[in-house]
Design a protein around this ligand. Structure first.
Ligand SMILES: [Zn+2]
Length: 382
């Protein structure tokens, strides 16, 4: 039992990040873990975070959607959590995967505002519309963490106003995200010298080191560390980056960030921490065809360069065209710059490209975070 819970927490760990390019919604961990009606279990449970992440994945019809969690410091010593859960949340905090604050205030809404992300919450924010005019409950976008009619729902608060597209930062957010920021406090996990949350991350952890710093807090227009309240120093332009996605069977399974310092290797089971592993989504035939390390992706200036490093080769679908006549073979050791709309196909139905340009519309059957520990006694209402 204990082991299985650890497995679920590991799976959840891969779905929390403060990287503005990857996070798809914002939530308050202290709020989520106390929604007892989600599972009828203990007063507080971090597994409820997994349920909410699952709900978000279902709603977005995409696997692996990371959330940006704002965490009240009190959670780290919450006696209603197990010592293991407290330890895990503390590790997330140390790794900069979540934002731990003594007084979160309306930081969750600020992050949503700056990054253009939906807020997952049941709280009614009526009194805050002055500062966040986009805060509208959208019943059409309600998220149901527990399957079945009449189950508890989470409301996604998403924009009108300046956030017509989820994931599109507000003007001040966009401006803040062009720069790197440094906190004067030593060992700041959010704005430390290591370039952000990744500074202390365990390289062997489930996921890649986060490559993007969280958005600074704006206090009277001054970029401020939300953790320490100190004025942040502008450390120069943020390194260029590009978000790519893996699509398997018509569904985006995983997004990842390329920077000039951080190439990525995609394959059945690539070596090393920067690898994007596809094995869990492949059928036997695809597993036999796709090499352990199959494709290397690099950012060179503004170009995304794909290099086949496999035994069997790949193909490029120019502009996303699925016509066989258009397919350009990418032989082993061959490289190609990915143009607009281009995607690399490692095997029929296994594609890599820019997420906005990957065609959608396949039947949806997401892998659940929770499904990674199927034997765990969750006491979910059936
Ligand atoms: Zn700081």
């Amino acid at each position: 039992m204990r082991f299985e819970i650890s497995k679920v927490l590991d799976a959840i760990e891969g779905r929390v990040c403060t990287d503005p390019q990857l996070a798809r919604a914002v939530l308050d961990l202290a709020e989520i873990i106390r929604y007892q009606d989600l599972d009828g279990g203990r007063p507080a449970s971090t597994l409820r975070l997994g349920m909410v992440i699952d709900a978000l994945a279902r709603s977005m019809e995409e696997d692996s959607v990371p959330v940006y969690a704002v965490v009240h410091r009190g959670v780290l010593s919450d006696a209603d959590l197990t010592s293991n859960e407290r330890m895990v949340v503390r590790r997330w905090a140390d790794d900069g995967k979540v934002e731990v604050l003594d007084n979160p205030g309306d930081r969750m809404l600020e992050v949503a505002d700056l990054l253009g992300l939906p807020v997952l919450s049941r709280v009614r924010f009526d009194g805050l519309r002055g500062r966040f005019p986009w805060l509208v409950e959208q019943p059409g976008r309600a998220l149901a963490p527990v399957p079945g009619a009449g189950g508890p729902v989470f409301i996604a608060h998403v924009g009108g106003g300046h956030t017509p597209v989820v994931g599109s930062p507000s003007p001040s957010g966009a401006k803040l995200l062009t720069r790197e920021w440094r906190c004067p406090e030593s060992g700041c996990t959010l704005f430390g010298g290591g370039g952000g949350g990744g500074a202390f991350a365990d390289l062997a952890a489930v996921d890649r080191v986060p490559s993007g710093q969280p958005p600074p807090s704006l206090r009277n227009g001054v970029p401020t560390c939300p953790r320490h309240g100190s004025r942040l120093r502008d450390a120069g332009p943020r390194p260029r980056s590009e978000v790519l996605a893996v699509r398997v069977g018509g569904l985006i399974r995983r997004r990842f960030v390329l920077t000039e310092e951080q190439p990525a290797v995609v394959g059945r089971a690539p070596d090393g921490s920067g690898g994007i592993m596809l094995g869990q989504w492949l059928n036997d035939e695809a597993r036999r065809w796709i090499s352990r390390s199959h494709l290397r992706l690099e950012l060179r200036g503004a170009d995304v360069v794909a290099t086949d490093v496999s035994t069997n080769g790949s193909g490029v679908r120019p502009g996303g065209s699925m016509a066989e006549a258009d397919r350009i073979p990418l032989a082993p050791q061959q490289s190609r710059v990915l143009g607009t709309g281009d995607m690399v196909e490692l095997y029929p139905g296994v594609q890599i490209g820019r997420p906005g340009e990957l065609p959608t519309g396949a039947p949806y059957n997401p892998d659940s975070v929770m499904a990674e520990a199927p034997t765990m006694a969750m006491r979910l209402p059936r």
